[in-house]
Design a protein around this ligand. Structure first.
Ligand code: XMP
Ligand code: MG
Length: 190
């Protein structure tokens, strides 16, 4: 039972093996990140770049928690590979709508796993000559240290397990789950 603390489970409850982060823990962490970032960017206008689709919940909650005027852009990339691991070969599915040159860009990521996707993305965005370019990720897996990507803001370091919820999907499901958890093994085999 997910109970009050975790929020409604949208009927996904039976698929969930264990809960890693409750909706409350996520909310508190976002407040904390937003406070730090508001201080670091005081007096500057921030352009938030969300990576679709996983970062959509994070973008929405973070932008409201950050008490600074911001603008939002979204980019969708796909890394070739299986549904649960990436290959580092990245393709742009949707590019930014605007020029980011001379802008203070903060990339919002849901999760950094191997770091391959982000490493590619930072090179791509860096080439567009922003005034500054930093990354804020809600989650990071220990594998991320294998690729040297400079990530200034990190919400949670989590174990090396596939997670779903709060924007993260398995086969496009569970993005709307308000907490983050792992799936029972039988969910993958059916
Ligand atoms: P890399 O390995 O390039 O991967 O850092 C980043 C992208 O892979 C996806 N990813 C996950 N998606 N649960 C998910 O739902 C996970 O545990 C997970 N690990 C990696 C995600 O799209 C991320 O942007
Ligand atoms: Mg995915």
């Amino acid at each position: 039972d997910t109970g009050q603390l975790l929020g409604p489970d949208h009927g996904y409850g039976p698929d969930i093996d264990h809960v890693l982060l409750s909706a409350r823990q996520i909310e508190e962490k976002i407040e904390e990140l937003a406070a730090t970032i508001a201080e670091d960017y005081a007096g500057r206008e921030v352009l938030l770049v969300g990576v679709l689709k996983g970062a959509v919940m994070f973008m929405s909650d973070f932008a409201r928690a950050l008490r600074l005027p911001t603008q939002m852009e979204f980019m969708a990339v796909s890394s070739y590979g299986s549904s649960t691991s990436s290959s580092g070969v990245v393709r742009i599915l949707k590019d930014l709508d605007r020029d980011i040159s001379d802008r203070h860009v903060l990339v919002l990521e849901d999760i950094i796993d191997s770091g391959l996707t982000l490493s590619w993305l930072l090179k791509n965005l860096g080439g567009r000559r922003p005034a500054s370019l930093e990354v804020c990720t809600l989650l990071r897996k220990p594998d991320a240290v294998q690729v040297d990507v400079p990530v200034k803001y990190i919400g949670f370091d989590i174990p090396n397990e596939f997670v779903v919820g709060y924007g993260l999907d398995y086969a496009e499901r569970y993005r709307d789950l308000p907490y983050i958890g792992t799936l029972k093994p039988e969910v993958y085999s059916t």
